[in-house]
Ligand binder design. Sequence first.
Ligand SMILES: Nc1nc2c(ncn2[C@@H]2O[C@H](COP(=O)(O)OP(=O)(O)OP(=O)(O)O)[C@@H](O)[C@H]2O)c(=O)[nH]1
Ligand SMILES: [Mg+2]
Length: 451
Amino acid sequence: MEARKISDDIIAAISTPIGTGGIGIVRMSGTGSLSILKKIFKCHCNDFQSHHIYYGSIVDETENIIDEVLVNIMFAPKSYTREDVIEINCHGGLLCVKQILQLVLNSGARLAEPGEFTKRAYLNGRLDLLQAEAVIDVINSKTDLSKQVAVNQLSGSLSNKINECLQIILDIIARIEAAIDYPDEYEIFDASQEILNVSEKIKKLLDSADVGKIIHNGINIAIVGKPNVGKSSLLNNLAQKDSAIVTDIPGTTRDIICEYINIDGISAKILDTAGIHLTENVVENLGIEKAKICAQNADIILLLFDWSREFDNDDKNLLSLYNSDKTLFVANKIDLTQKFFAPDNFQLTKISAKKNFGLDDLRKNIKKIVFGKNIFDKSNEIFVCNVRHKTALKNSYDSLMRAIKTISDGLPIDLTVIDLRDAYDFLGEIIGQSVSDKITDEIFSKFCVGK
Ligand SMILES: Nc1nc2c(ncn2[C@@H]2O[C@H](COP(=O)(O)OP(=O)(O)OP(=O)(O)O)[C@@H](O)[C@H]2O)c(=O)[nH]1
Ligand SMILES: [Mg+2]
């Protein structure tokens, strides 16, 4: 692996969202940041100390005051990037931050690339790659649970597990090599058993990946059913707002209507669809096509029936279309007299979207389908949420299985070392120990500018 190049120039960017706000921050990182600040900052002191805040004004070349500011100074290595970092806190508003950034750039800094501050933190060893990826997850998380998982990852909980496994594999390799070089001096140890032990630790992490993916990406839930069963009413109830038009006229909804909700820490995108039935109406049919595609792509289908109407051919068709293990069968309008009698062999969740009955049961049953046989323990702080990590863990696990097979096949023990080295390298990819610059660049390109 070629040595990573850490740039020695000064980078700068606006680190707060573009728009109007109380405060805007322009951030710089790199050796010499202070000399840039000195060119544009007027205050009543000559000596700047690390981790102090200074009050003064930013001025342009002609000493015109651009804004009144507070400046945070953090000298290397005690900063986010481990370089000299300066943050200029000015008044929020597009012009102030833009003008100050321009002055900083005119004075010798260059515009930071997306994620470049975090990339420098990684290249300077403050964060490993896994933790750097957690930064973006913390920023993007939509529920308390996904944020908590990302914060745990940022604080190193998953990295510690990976490092522990790396150390064990390295130790096994060292002991096998010693046994090869000095067969008399090393007691024979049970390499297979030790490889199996570490593979079980990796398997446990792999097993958390299905739930981790749900926590990280959330789920799509499509509400389908024949016209007028209360699909839009259900969407509005779940989202707690009047997003979709509700009328007693069948065929009200044509386009897909989407809302985001939080089901006990899981972010869910709820999609209300056109009522599916046989019709000659061209516009309705276009909506029905959209509804079918939406149902196909959803993680969960809520198939809605009307408790106050008899089970008819439309319901029957929908049952045959969507009778799968990702479907939850729901009877709506249970506040009205029952006329709906479903075929025996399927379970109904009974609700009234209008009167707000049974919605907790519905959320509970959605969770049951989402997690299926996966054991979901929220208190488990470690979940593998990222496909890159899952792939590397799987590759590492497979290499360990190959190593065990090499031993059980009675092949020379040094062949096992090759598999173990592969297992080590795959695992190392996760924390950035053995990963190409291309992958690193790809990861940081997903960040926003200024982070
Ligand atoms: N009594 C009662 N009426 C309901 C309930 N849910 C919905 N409705 C009524 O049923 C009618 C249809 O509701 P919608 O939510 O528009 O039904 P929909 O399935 O979206 O209908 P389309 O968009 O036409 O397919 C409206 O008059 C609602 O007020 C319920 O739980 N109980
Ligand atoms: Mg509707």
